[in-house]
Design a protein around this ligand. Structure first.
Ligand code: SF4
Length: 244
């Protein structure tokens, strides 16, 4: 989306405020009508992503879905993705980093995540996402305000300058911004959507194997990520400059 197609900041704020309290399915329907094939759901199939896929299916939307496989995921997460493809009769676009973990270790040393997790996340997550976003105008996410301090300010619609050289903006659409963990958990159970079985073993937010620990109940949902580092985000939601 180039700047001339972008709603102005105030218009966007009003549009976003108008979506508060509206069902996620309606926000998704608007997204598909507005952006056609240039919008996609990006998800790692955690509870919020499952709600989005189910809401889209409920109203018959055929939104593209993509995910990032860092080649460092838990086997349970990979199996869960296949289960979700079967459940929703969906073909997920799986994005991968350029280098395998072994190639990365040869070039940058073993276990980069232990020494430079930001670099590791950039190479294995952010760069594949950037490649994908070159072909999109809007990216639907499962971000929720209750997921921790770094996400308290999430709005339903947020515009970001993606590529200044090409004047390319991306609208981030967060239909579940106001939902809570209880809301998404109840939704998944009510609709009997298959969930990642690691959630039954104390994990709350599930990322790469080396950087995810069980976090127990209560408190920050993302507390089990990057234990020992002052890091709460992998960079996927922080690398772009907000358009304000
Ligand atoms: Fe690397 Fe950990 Fe980031 Fe995965 S979560 S890309 S292993 S630093």
């Amino acid at each position: 989306m180039v700047a001339s197609d972008l709603p102005g900041v105030e218009e966007l704020r009003l549009l976003s405020a108008g979506f508060e309290g509206v069902s996620p399915a309606e926000v998704l329907r608007w997204a598909q009508q507005r952006f056609g094939v240039r919008v996609a759901i990006g998800t790692s199939f955690q509870l919020s992503g499952l709600v989005l896929l189910h809401q889209a299916a409920t109203v018959g939307l055929s939104l593209e879905c993509f995910t990032i496989d860092t080649d460092l995921l838990f086997p349970e997460s990979v199996e869960h993705r296949l289960e979700i493809e079967r459940f929703f009769k969906l073909k997920v676009d799986v994005l991968r980093p350029a280098a395998s973990p072994e190639e990365q270790a040869r070039e940058l040393g073993a276990e980069l995540w232990q020494r430079q997790p930001d670099t590791c996340c950039t190479l294995r997550k952010v760069v594949p996402l950037q490649e994908k976003l070159k072909r999109l105008d809007a990216w639907i996410t499962g971000l929720r305000r209750d997921q921790g301090e770094s996400r308290h300010g999430v709005q339903i619609l947020e515009s970001y300058l993606f590529d200044p050289l090409r004047d390319h903006y991306v609208l981030k659409i967060n239909p579940l911004a106001s939902w809570t963990r209880d809301d998404v958990w109840k939704y998944v159970q009510t609709h009997q959507i298959p969930y990642n079985r690691l959630l039954d073993h104390g994990y709350r937010s599930i990322g790469c194997r080396p950087c995810t620990r069980p976090a127990g109940e209560g408190g920050n949902e993302r507390a089990g990520r990057w234990t020992g580092f002052d890091k709460a985000e992998c960079g996927l939601h922080t690398f772009m400059k907000a358009h304000v």
